[in-house]
Design a protein around this ligand. Sequence first.
Ligand SMILES: Nc1ncnc2c1ncn2CCCCCNC(=O)c1cc(-c2ccc(F)cc2)cc(O)c1O
Ligand SMILES: [Mg+2]
Length: 214
Amino acid sequence: MDQSKEQRILNSVSYNAIKGDAESVLDCIDKYCSQKEWAMNVGDEKGLILDKIVKEADPTVALELGTYCGYSAVRIARLLKPSAHLFSIEFNAEFVPIAKEIIEIAGLEDKVTILEGHAQDIIPQLKTKYNVDTLDFVFLDHWKDRYAPDTILLEQYGLLRKGSILLADNIGFPGAPDFLKHVRNNEHYECTHYPSHLEYMKAPDAMEKAVYLG
Ligand SMILES: Nc1ncnc2c1ncn2CCCCCNC(=O)c1cc(-c2ccc(F)cc2)cc(O)c1O
Ligand SMILES: [Mg+2]
């Protein structure tokens, strides 16, 4: 059976990255996906915006929706302080082992827990099953039409606190209009728009930061 694109990305990281060096893992994926095969990692340009917001948030508990190959999990986890942890939810069973391997090559396996399943099924379990109190930072990068309903779930399950920072990928393309409608002109959120470009392409894209005000 032919290997998948995601398996080929893992092969490239495994062969070219320096073990335990998160930066080299990111550089390897960005190089492969800009020169060989496009893939839906947040990428180097939007990755700098992600870095900036993670540093600003300095989260103790972070959540990512949509792990894919683990690129943004490595990007986030490499910036976390020693006591901090990232939960990343991925529903595609084929991607989970690949992401786990890439996160391990980056030496960040102790900082990241990948939870397999749909966000809408796992979010309700975060407090009871995963001992989460509230989330300091959430990166939304899964199905674009799930951003809004899953944000509402986070609110309803008391997982957001005054100052929790949400950052959403692909506000420009593929777009997440319902999410923008939910957080903008909403007294419970303070929003900031970050224009950028689609990963590894010239096409415009953007990210949206939404700070929960309680
Ligand atoms: N825990 C969970 N719950 C629900 N869904 C879950 C999930 N875990 C995973 N998924 C399912 C996510 C599937 C991938 C989501 N991301 C995307 O669909 C995505 C697409 C593009 C794109 C751009 C230009 C194009 F021409 C084509 C595609 C770019 C991006 O940066 C994207 O993030
Ligand atoms: Mg994305």
